[in-house]
Design a protein around this ligand. Structure first.
Ligand SMILES: NC(=O)c1ccc[n+]([C@@H]2O[C@H](COP(=O)([O-])OP(=O)(O)OC[C@H]3O[C@@H](n4cnc5c(N)ncnc54)[C@H](OP(=O)(O)O)[C@@H]3O)[C@@H](O)[C@H]2O)c1
Length: 310
């Protein structure tokens, strides 16, 4: 099969569009013909070698954290899927990923694709949606009527987080670059703060919860706009110093796990139209290195960049 593979850590040039052996599904796995595969920030960070301490990859490997396609074969012990099923799938960073024509996955790594979403659209929802859910619902535990600040509202996870927080009844403020301000307002944010034009600390006060997708100085500035007892949930992004105790707030990492119940939940919300998929750009599988280059350069916002495999 055609796949994108790298045999050493490094820049986007280590990615080869090449022929590799087809994966062979285990007895309890399905074989999926991939139609669309995501390129996420974690893909280039793992490929660069900067996350070796967290994700010890066995090289050579195929990048790609999630995607969507059609089941083309099932192992003899599979009772959860049939040939022809349209499914979404996740892979972990330490496994062979989705940037390939075929991928083998087990029961807990696939979910039915909502019929009203294309393969590309579904690909933008799976992992990013689970991250949004874990951050807002399970970590920050936001409630209707609360004020929530989303740092990085124009990205893949941020764009879904704005929509999810509104759906949960929160009043939503979000930061983004000024070129994306109208876009983030269109997602439903009540207040949009362009970080290149103004300081959100000048506009906000008594915020109940923050979901931080950026880190660094942004994270540290957020303490000052929160009410005492508020919570700041964060994903691993730029490093920051934890000053939460000085401000009387809780600083809690959103620990991401692609649980099947959450994948099903966010896909269901997308199927209902509550979460609208955000496709930043589509590129052919052969252009995976270019997708990594764009992602790494910070040139991609307004959703996910997706590789069209078929
Ligand atoms: N397990 C984990 O902890 C975990 C899991 C998934 C993702 N992550 C991390 O979470 C972060 C977000 O992931 P993602 O997939 O949503 O990334 P993404 O799609 O690349 O979005 C990132 C967004 O950050 C915004 N941004 C960049 N610099 C900013 C700044 N100084 N202030 C405010 N916003 C800024 C950009 O928006 P503008 O163009 O508007 O600036 C961009 O759209 C990434 O760092 C990723 O590696 C961690």
């Amino acid at each position: 099969m055609k796949a994108v593979q790298y045999a050493r850590y490094g820049g986007p040039d280590v990615l080869d569009y090449t022929d590799i052996a087809d994966p062979v599904p285990a007895d309890d796995e399905v074989l999926i013909e991939v139609h669309a595969a995501s390129v996420a920030p974690g893909d280039w960070k793992v490929r660069s070698g900067m996350l070796q301490h967290l994700f010890p990859v066995v090289l050579p490997t195929v990048p790609g954290r999630d995607g969507a396609g059609v089941v083309v074969a099932v192992g003899p012990k599979v009772d959860y899927a049939e040939v022809g099923d349209e499914v979404c799938f996740v892979t972990q960073h330490v496994e062979q990923g989705g940037a390939a024509e075929l991928v083998a996955r087990g029961r807990h790594d696939i979910a039915p694709k909502p019929a009203n979403l294309s393969f590309t659209e579904a690909t933008t929802i799976i992992h990013a949606g689970v991250c949004a859910w874990i951050g807002l619902v399970e970590t920050a535990r936001i409630e209707a009527g609360q004020t929530v600040l989303i740092l990085g509202g124009s990205g893949s996870i941020g764009s879904l987080s704005v929509q999810l927080a509104k759906h949960l009844g929160a009043t939503v403020a979000a930061t983004c670059h000024s070129r994306n301000a109208d876009y983030v307002a269109g997602l439903g944010a009540d207040t949009v703060i362009a970080y290149d034009r103004e300081n959100f600390a000048d506009r906000l006060t008594e915020v109940d919860a923050v979901f931080d997708l950026v880190g660094g100085a942004m994270h540290e500035a957020a303490y000052g706009v929160m009410r005492k007892g508020g919570v700041i949930a964060w994903l691993i992004a730029k490093p920051f110093e934890d000053h939460s105790a000085d401000f009387g707030v809780r600083d809690v990492q959103a620990v991401i796990e692609d649980r099947p119940d959450l994948t099903a939940k966010v896909l269901d919300l997308a199927g209902q139209g509550v979460l609208r998929p955000q496709v930043a750009r589509e590129l052919p599988l052969a252009d995976c290195a270019e997708a990594h280059r764009l992602m790494e350069a910070g040139a991609i916002s307004r959703g996910r960049i997706v590789l069209k495999v078929r």
